[in-house]
Design a protein around this ligand. Structure first.
Ligand code: KIV
Ligand code: ZN
Length: 514
């Protein structure tokens, strides 16, 4: 299976599709995505995300809504000045003040919107359809007169009277809008209805159409694709599907569906999808559930015996796309559903060559631990295998002493003494908090002989109250190897340090076993 092989449905439906050759990806992570309650980025973070989107080769980036604040204006201006390949866009109402502020940011493209549904016109703007149409045309004309490209959105389009929607779309196109974006602002559509809606619009409106869906009913990806099936040439998306309320259409889902389902090119560098999603998760502090399509931890993880067996014979049996295509790795997890083939593969990947009998015992133990409800980490599998194979090996890195200082007036600082291959080594580190500083201190010591990084971290309180016992699971990476490990301790910093050292030791052991 090469990186670009897809294993989709073989059914050929007898339906009329009006697919475009290419679909433009319009990313609004920095605008609609940041409107998500609880999400806010500093200017530097926005610049970091914009650079990453550019590496992902997103053709259009909506960098912000300049009129909302001085900081927003500044960040749009700075992103526009980066000289990225992506086209940088500013959002604006069709008001002179808004458009002037967007023009001040030196963007080449302005996205102008105004509500068009009777609901919004009457109960939000207290105006008339006629006034809305005039404002839209005046705003577009004003922006075009200042030499920028213009996209127009009739907000709440999917709850707008169809005749009025056609009228305002035609007027916006005549005034110079090059793209008409049709927002399903409150996510009320279904795929079938969206298809008909776009088909009807396309029959009358000659300017290219774009879809902008919200996920209130969990339909955003499906309705965006239905719009494409009716000939829509652009989709508005956010990384990780962030956005107001239930979010916007997910870039990852739509981009992969377009290429895998229909063979439609987007020009994206798909291998950057996982990295981009991770960056936005870190900076937004909104972490994706493991079941998230394409980028979730479980999207390419297999535990059940039958699946793993099938996967090992041909990846296409249980993976519709190759994990590497989106910058991920396919993974087998140990657990009560695991079969011998899967356990054998995992154990070999850890560096062991058990006999058939040993393998049977290892599989039995994995199943019985899984039956107790425990999640089995790589470190657990390692310990079981060593025990069954009677291998005695000392950990190469041991903790001798850890001192962490934190408080409201100092930068959290840690100093650590590790015994590395029998010799004491001391180092220190600072960080955002006690766990971060302890992790950095360990990395500073171990970094001399191994480039190991902490990639995943999760903590659960096992009991309630302030004296709860912490259960920490980490993913520790060296090169392309990622090892999971877990530790339980009454002290959150100690639980974290122990888990990290376990993972680190397993990575270092592998080198020795070979
Ligand atoms: O959802 C919406 O209607 C919007 C517009 C500003 C396009 O985000
Ligand atoms: Zn929106």
């Amino acid at each position: 299976m090469s990186d670009e092989e897809f294993y989709m449905s073989t059914y050929t439906p007898n339906i009329e599709l009006n697919l475009p050759k290419k679909v433009w990806i319009f990313d609004t992570t920095l605008r609609d995505g940041e409107q998500m309650p609880g999400v806010t980025y500093t200017i530097d973070e926005k610049i970091k995300i914009a650079r990453q989107l550019d590496e992902l080769r997103v053709p259009k980036i909506e960098a912000g809504f300049p009129i909302t604040s001085k900081g927003e204006t500044e960040s749009v201006k700075r992103i526009a000045a980066l000289g990225l390949d992506s086209t940088i866009i500013a959002l604006s109402r069709p008001l002179k003040g808004d458009i002037d502020r967007a023009l001040d940011c030196d963007v080449p493209y302005i996205h102008i919107f105004i509500s068009t549904s009777d609901l919004h016109i009457k109960h939000m703007m207290n105006t008339t359809r006629e006034e809305v149409l005039n404002q839209a045309v005046d705003g577009i004309t004003y922006a075009k007169d200042h030499g920028v490209r213009v996209e127009f959105s009739p907000q709440d389009a999917t709850r707008t009277n169809m005749d009025f929607l056609k009228e305002i779309c035609i007027a916006a196109g005549d005034a110079g809008a090059e793209m008409l974006n049709i927002p399903d602002t409150v996510g009320v559509m279904t795929p079938r209805i969206t298809y008909e809606f776009f088909k009807e619009l396309k029959n009358t409106v000659k300017t290219p159409l774009s879809a902008h869906a919200h996920n209130d009913l969990g339909q955003a990806t499906a309705t965006s694709l239905a719009a494409v099936e009716a000939g829509c040439e652009q989709i508005h998306v956010c990384i990780n599907g962030l956005g107001e309320r239930a979010g916007n259409t997910s870039l990852e889902e739509v981009a992969v569906s377009l290429i895998a389902q229909y063979g439609i090119e987007t020009g994206l560098n798909y291998q950057k999808l996982a990295e981009t999603s991770n960056m936005v998760q870190q900076l937004s502090s909104i972490y994706m559930p493991p079941t998230t399509p394409i980028v979730g931890d479980n999207a390419f993880t297999h535990e059940a015996g039958i699946h793993v067996h099938g996967l090992l014979s041909h990846r296409g049996n249980y993976e519709i796309i190759n994990a590497e295509f989106v910058g991920k790795k396919s993974r087998i997890a140990a657990g009560k559903h695991a079969g011998r083939h899967g356990v054998f593969k995992m154990v070999r990947d850890l560096g062991f060559e058990p006999t058939e009998d040993q393998l049977k015992t290892i599989s039995r133990r994995v199943k019985s631990i899984g039956d107790t409800g425990k999640v089995i980490t790589d470190d657990d599998l390692y310990a079981i295998t060593k025990d069954v194979m009677n291998i005695r090996m000392e950990d190469r890195v041991k903790l001798q002493q850890l001192l962490v200082v934190t408080g409201n007036t100092i930068t959290p600082t840690a100093s650590v003494t590790l015994i590395v291959d029998g010799k004491p080594m001391t180092g220190s580190g600072v960080g955002n908090g006690p766990i971060d500083s302890a992790t950095n201190a360990i990395r500073n010591v171990v970094g001399h002989f191994a480039d190991i990084s902490l990639e995943k971290f999760s903590m659960k309180a096992i009991t309630g109250g302030t004296n709860a016992v912490a259960n920490v699971t980490v993913g520790v990476r060296q090169g392309d190897r990622l090892i999971s490990a877990n530790a339980v301790h009454g002290d959150t910093v100690m639980a974290s340090v122990e888990a990290i050292l376990k993972g680190m030791n397993r990575l270092l052991d592998k080198a020795e076993l070979k």
